[in-house]
Design a binder for this molecule. Structure first.
Ligand code: PHE
Length: 316
């Protein structure tokens, strides 16, 4: 009988050795010996009746000892397995905080906003201040003060969005020139970016587009200042090899007026699809501020002169 108990003990030790891999394996093993119904040690207890009465007490004591020993062993095993599994979990869930993080993709600025920012950078570098006008203007600022006669076609309903007989959506950022010159006396150097609106809509015309107005008013401002400043600006925006060309033009609020072309940045001036074979691309309208416009703003045209330009032309 004692041998049988020793054999079970040995079996348990070997079993523990083999099954020390997970908590569930350890639990199954424990059941094989300690389960009250099917466990081997439980079975031994049931054999009690078949033992001779004088050996019974001794047998019971030995079986009990074995049971307690096994209980201790299995509890120990269970503790070990618990620690092992926790350890494995910690290892698998370990986070390396020094790993490079996944890049979060954010949106980009709209191309028009990017262009606007670039232009502002260039002109701010030349000392321009930003003036943002309003998109709703009245007839006086958008036309009258800018020396635009009452019969000018731009004033036509077909070209301008009127909100009322007096109010309209500005057709040009030039309206801002008047506000600035009313509020401030020379020297003036402002850049005015913004949306403008014209009642025109086809494949090449959008009813809303953006312009960037520039205005410089000081003593002795000439067309040379305009040309020199534009040369710096186009080289910064379109590249060092870009050149400019001024063509005579007409705007009611500038005299003389010019249209400014840059050598085509696609073909370098040889002529291509983009520049329609001409080698030049028109980028802005400009000129020397008309005396009448200065007078409208109470600026003495004999003392001061000004230059103005509007990037982002769109012909009436
Ligand atoms: N406002 C003119 C246009 O929209 C451009 C311009 C601005 C011309 C300033 C001369 C001076 O076409």
């Amino acid at each position: 009988m004692l041998e049988e108990l020793a054999a079970i003990k040995q079996e348990i030790l070997e079993g523990i050795e083999k099954n020390a891999t997970s908590r569930s394996n350890a639990f199954e093993l424990r059941k094989q010996y300690l389960d009250s119904k099917v466990g081997k040690i439980g079975q031994l207890m049931k054999q009690m009746k078949t033992i001779a009465p004088e050996e019974r007490a001794e047998f019971g004591k030995n079986v009990n000892e074995l049971k307690n020993w096994a209980l201790e062993k299995f509890t120990e095993l269970d503790e070990k397995m618990k620690a092992l599994e926790l350890d494995l979990r910690y290892k698998s869930e370990k986070i390396d905080v020094t790993m490079p993080s996944k890049k979060v993709k954010t949106g980009n600025l709209h191309p028009i906003t990017q262009m606007r920012n670039q232009l502002i950078d260039v002109f701010a570098g030349m000392g321009f201040e930003i003036y943002e006008g309003t998109e709703i203007e009245n007839d006086y600022y958008n036309f009258t003060a800018l020396n635009t006669p009452a019969d000018h076609p731009a004033r036509d309903m077909q070209d301008t969005f009127y909100l009322s007989p007096e109010f309209l959506l500005r057709t040009q950022t030039s309206a801002g020139q008047i506000h600035v010159m009313e509020a401030k006396k020379p020297p003036i150097k402002i850049l005015s970016p913004g949306k403008v609106f014209r009642s025109d809509d086809d494949a090449t015309h959008s009813p809303m587009f953006t312009q960037m107005e520039g205005l410089v008013v000081d003593e002795k401002i000439t067309l040379c200042d305009l040309k020199g400043m534009l040369d710096v600006f186009v080289k910064k925006i379109y590249g060092e090899n870009t050149t400019t060309r001024l063509r005579p033009s007409y705007f009611p609020f500038t005299e003389p007026s010019v249209e400014v072309d840059v050598s085509c940045f696609e073909c370098g001036g040889k002529g291509c699809k983009l520049c329609k074979g001409t080698g030049w691309i028109e980028i802005l309208g400009a000129g020397i501020v008309n005396r009448k416009v200065l007078e409208n703003c109470d600026i003495d045209p004999d003392k001061y002169s000004g230059l103005a330009f509007g990037i982002g032309r769109y012909r009436y």
